[in-house]
Design a protein around this ligand. Structure first.
Ligand SMILES: [Zn+2]
Length: 271
């Protein structure tokens, strides 16, 4: 799964933002309403306006300033082209001639980087108290679907990423009962970058809201042949069933242990 699949140009969609600029819908609202983007939540502009929250993103996203202004619905009529700017700056210094020319950036070039920047901001917003609360509410309402594993009894799942860096893998769905991840059932979600959700928030969410941790299911598939159980000692037998077994008492201890550990994390700035 390579990075270019995430660079899809939604400008190809009929309902592109440029065609709906006459409406009062914000870019963020428009982006989150696109088909396949149902997993996203709308990041408040106040969060994006705070430069502290965007620290380090300017070196990760090309056309960062233009992409940021696009996300914030700021008018970006014309911009300096980086290459032209540097070349002309040299000329200006050498010959002390006329000022630099302006060169517009094609919106179709800019759009994938605006998606990328919003996704990385989204990843950070999910770590805030409000972000966690919104995702917890959506999880409680089973808005992200259910676990396909039979014995998880249609437990709600959460969208997660395997990486925090853009362009590595698409989004997956995490089940807190079987502690495993799955591909989304719809292919439209395979073009969603998992980094837009990241590796941390889902685990932080269940530490923040331990009441959302479902009752652990002890039911495990038992393979049989003509009604006789296949021996766990057999090579084709259920040798790793103990991995699914989680005694209730140790589960509670684990939660307490992890809760204690989070107190040592420096996440106060986000929470
Ligand atoms: Zn499951």
């Amino acid at each position: 799964m390579e990075g270019n699949i995430f660079g899809k140009t939604k400008s190809d969609l009929d309902d592109s933002h440029s065609s709906s600029e006459s409406s009062l819908q914000s870019w963020i609202s428009w982006y989150c309403s696109l088909p396949g983007n149902e997993y996203y939540i709308e990041v408040p502009e106040e969060f994006i306006d705070d430069e502290f929250n965007l620290t380090g993103l300017s070196v990760l996203v090309p056309y960062y300033n233009q992409a940021l202004e696009t996300i914030l619905d700021m008018e970006c009529a014309e911009y300096f082209d980086d290459q032209t700017e540097s070349e002309e700056q040299d000329d200006f210094l050498k010959e002390n001639k006329k000022p630099k020319r302006m060169k517009p950036v094609d919106s179709r070039i800019l759009e994938p980087y605006a998606f990328m920047l919003y996704g990385l901001i989204h990843q950070r917003y999910l770590l805030t108290r409000d972000g966690l609360r919104l995702m917890a509410e959506r999880y409680a309402h089973t808005e992200f679907g259910t676990c396909p594993r039979y014995y998880c009894d249609e437990s709600p799942v959460l969208p997660v990423g395997k990486f925090d860096q853009s362009g590595k893998e698409s989004v997956h769905l995490y089940c807190p009962i079987c502690l495993d991840i799955y591909n989304p059932p719809s292919s439209v979600h395979q073009s969603i970058d998992g980094a837009h959700f990241g590796t941390t928030y889902a685990n932080l969410l269940f530490l923040t809201f331990p009441e959302l941790i479902p009752q652990v299911s002890h039911q495990i598939y038992q393979p049989t042949i003509f009604g006789f159980r296949v021996s766990p000692l057999s090579l084709s037998g259920p040798q790793n069933q103990w991995l699914r077994a989680k005694p209730q008492q140790s589960n509670n201890n684990t939660v307490n242990d992890l809760s204690c550990k989070t107190e040592n994390l420096h996440i106060d700035k986000f929470l």
